[in-house]
Design a binder for this molecule. Sequence first.
Ligand code: KIV
Length: 360
Amino acid sequence: MSAPTRTANIARAVQVGSVTAVDASTTSGEPTSIVVTNVTCITHPKSTPSGSVFSTVGTNGVSASCGKPLAVSHTNQGTRTGKGQARPRSDMPTVRDLQAMAGEKPITMLTAYDAVTASIVDDTGVDVILVGDSMGNAVLGHEDTLPVTLDEMASRVGAVARGADDALVVADMPFLSFGADESESVKNCGRMLKEEGANAVKLESGPHTVDLTERLTDLGIPTMAHLGLTPQSVNQTGYTRQATAREDAEEILDLACEHEDAGAFALVLEHIPANLAAKVTDAVDIPTIGIGAGGDCDGQVLVFTDVVGLSESSPPFAEQFGDVRGEVEDAVDEYIDAVESGEFPAESHSHTEDELDDLY
Ligand code: KIV
């Protein structure tokens, strides 16, 4: 959506539904908590007035553009349980916070696969950390993303969630961990939030993920869609540019709208023509996050190892903003030299015990 249109579409958070309070008393009869359900709102995710954040509590938000549920916000509802627990719920962003940013400020998303990297990326202020299945090639030594397992993803998501304070953590669902069977897909996606501390999941999308996106969203699992080049389909498409023909471009536009209608809270567009990405961005109200998709998306995502210059090779659309590989090589070279020359360890790195001098 272009900037002038966005400003014209100032959000109206209009409550049109009913509010039901349940579980409002304990056995002593004293009110302790109120769970509010069935709030229906009309909202426009890309056009929130500057500085304001969606904070409607409820599970049945309806977007003004498509009349389908928005992804559920988890704003300020206590701390999460599970292995991934690391930060107070009150500090965590929600998908609606992210939607409110679209059109106000470009969204930044970067991958991370461990707690140390996550804490660095988080401290520098990235909005979204994607625990990408790109870990397959980026850090696990595979040729592609296909061998990444659900357990590997879960372990990395937990680490990233523990390392991040402020960023929205998105778990990228591995090849065949979703799509074949709905209840298995829901269980696998739910595990990322329930046990590992992710805030949302991402699915490499196609016609087969529309219904699943709706189901996950209904169940409170915010779902990010991903169209264009989807590396899990490398055996069908290779890694080439996608949607260069009109018919394919139309399919991407249709799928983008279908996923928005199904409740996807954001949409990654990978390696598609910039003018198509701009059209998709105009057509949907959810934020688009591009990778090799030009500058008109609402945000950008890259793989961490490409950005910092750690990858041996990176795709043509990536940009290297540092030389961490060079820095690491220099540090390791110095270490080897210091050990071989006897400079390391120095006295300051060692300790002795007098009473051990006459051990034999
Ligand atoms: O796995 C990944 O890192 C991704 C991004 C590149 C979008 O899917």
